[in-house]
Design a protein around this ligand. Structure first.
Ligand code: HEC
Ligand code: HEC
Length: 185
């Protein structure tokens, strides 16, 4: 009799534990699901709503060329970010590229702009020096050079660049270092 009673209690106990356990799993799943759907990576808001999900844009530099402060390079030979206002310069059109007025080496010196580096006057595919002629692939500057916005990073960048010389912090020399470590046959 005692044995049956104990067994009976044990069975009820198991049922209760199971019920509590399943309840907890369901609750956890619901919590996880909601959290996941409303907080998906760096995107904030429901994954079912496209209406109010826009990347934050922040403020672009309004400082005119000649008065802006150059931005630290991300790593050696990275394309530098554009520190100045671009009002009136965009879009870059096939027959009109305002950037060239100031960044072609011949003009840059007198204007105080940074001249385009030698890599932009060299056809890297064919290994051909183009002299003072800009390589056509470099014409759409904004494919590689972008302005910087003043906006807090959603995730802190831990990357630390390793510059091999002081000069490489402020000037590029890709064409001189491109073949470093490559053995010519
Ligand atoms: C009116 C002259 C002028 C025009 C036009 C101009 N820039 Fe500049 N740019 C400068 C000057 C001057 C600097 C140096 C920073 C300063 O003094 O404001 C500079 C800096 C830069 C830098 C940073 C270089 C570095 O080493 O940090 C980039 C990249 C750049 N400009 C790209 C562009 C692009 C792309 C365009 C066209 C959309 C453009 N610039 C149009 C004058 C100009
Ligand atoms: C295909 C990508 C690409 C395009 C297009 C491009 N650049 Fe660059 N630019 C780079 C990279 C990468 C560097 C740094 C490495 C190098 O080439 O020396 C650079 C460097 C520069 C520098 C810094 C020079 C120095 O001595 O530090 C200036 C100024 C510049 N570019 C201006 C321009 C302008 C103006 C245009 C458009 C006419 C342009 N770039 C088009 C990738 C590009």
């Amino acid at each position: 009799m005692k044995g049956i009673c104990r067994r009976g209690l044990t069975a009820t106990g198991i049922v209760i534990i199971l019920a509590l356990g399943i309840g907890q799993v369901v609750a956890d799943e619901k919590h996880h699901k909601e959290k996941y759907e409303d907080d998906f990576g760096i995107r904030k808001g429901s994954i079912y709503d496209e209406e109010n999900i826009r990347p934050e844009h922040g403020e672009y530099s309004m400082t005119e060329p000649g008065k802006s402060k150059r931005i630290k390079r991300a790593f050696e030979n990275s394309p530098p970010l554009i520190p100045h206002d671009l009002t009136g310069m965009l879009p870059i059109a096939e027959t009109n590229n305002a950037c060239l007025n100031c960044h072609m080496p011949a003009a840059a010196e007198s204007i105080g702009a940074i001249p385009m580096p030698r890599s932009h006057f060299f056809d890297i595919d064919k290994g051909k020096d183009l002299g003072s002629k800009l390589d056509g692939k470099r014409y759409p500057c904004m494919q590689c050079h972008v302005p910087q916005v003043n906006i807090p990073e959603p995730i802190k960048n831990q990357f630390k660049a390793d510059f091999r010389s002081e000069k490489s912090r402020t000037r590029s020399n890709l064409l001189d270092s491109l073949n470093e470590g490559v053995k010519a046959e």
